[in-house]
Every structure is written in C-alpha cells, then in structure tokens.
Design a protein around this ligand. Sequence first.
Ligand code: RB5
Length: 148
Amino acid sequence: MSKPIALAADHGGYALKEEVKKHLDELGIAYKDFGTHSEASVDYPDMALPACDAVVSGECDKALLFCGTGVGISMSANKVKGIRACCCSDAFSAEYTRRHNDANALCMGGRVVGPGLACQLVDLFLNTEYEGGRHDGRIAKLMAIENR
Ligand code: RB5
C-alpha cells in the first residue's frame, strides 16, 4: 500500500484543507491530517513541522500545506531539511515544480485559491513525476545549501 499524504494547515488554510480532504476521499487517496482542526488561531510554523517531519522520515509521501496565503507555511516547510516546498496558485507551477524541482510539498493559500482550483493543483502535483536528468545536479546544489 502506498504511503499517506501529509496534510497540515493553520486557521487561514483550515477550510481549504477540509475541501481537499473531501477530494482525496473521493479519489481514495490516503492521508494523515496533522491539523489544525478548527478556525481557532494557530501559528503556521507549528502546523508545518510535524507534517514535514513525516515526509522527511518516510512516514508520508508528500505534504499538502495550507495557510492564508500559502506563503508562511511554505517558508516554514522550506526550513525543514529535506523539504522542497512550492507555494502555488497556478497549474503550470504545480506541474513543473514536480517535473523540474522534485517538490515534495505543495502549499496553497485558503484566502487565495478556491477549492476547485486547489483540487486541480493537488491532482497535478500528485500525478506528475520528476523528470530527473539535467535537473539532478541543480537539486543536488539546492539541497547542499542545507549543509552550508
Ligand atoms: C494568518 O492570519 C496568516 O498570516 C497566515 O495564515 C498566512 O497567510 C501567513 O503566511
């Protein structure tokens, strides 16, 4: 059985996370929801960390992360060693961050992206393979920054 997708949101992304969960349920895609579980105010770094840790440890496959803009939670995710997070609100970026960047976290803003577009971006992100080849060296350089 394939590994679950890690989900996390702050209060600004909570509603969109719930919409994406319905979509994943319809598709039969397993996920682990690291919260938040209500509209009560929480801090996006606290929400990003456990979900990103689960991706890096191998417990989960990729992460779908949400905050108001998608920006704060993507900044948080990219501080975690091993995470390559992309904040996206367009289909081209959601596809190419997989093809070229081998992104393992997709971040979206609940105050930016509607549920229909979010689900389309999720599908592109989860169904697009990394191309490898000329991108391998760039990703190696990117990841080496973590050890500077
Ligand atoms: C919370 O109000 C908001 O700042 C947060 O969800 C996010 O947009 C930060 O980047």
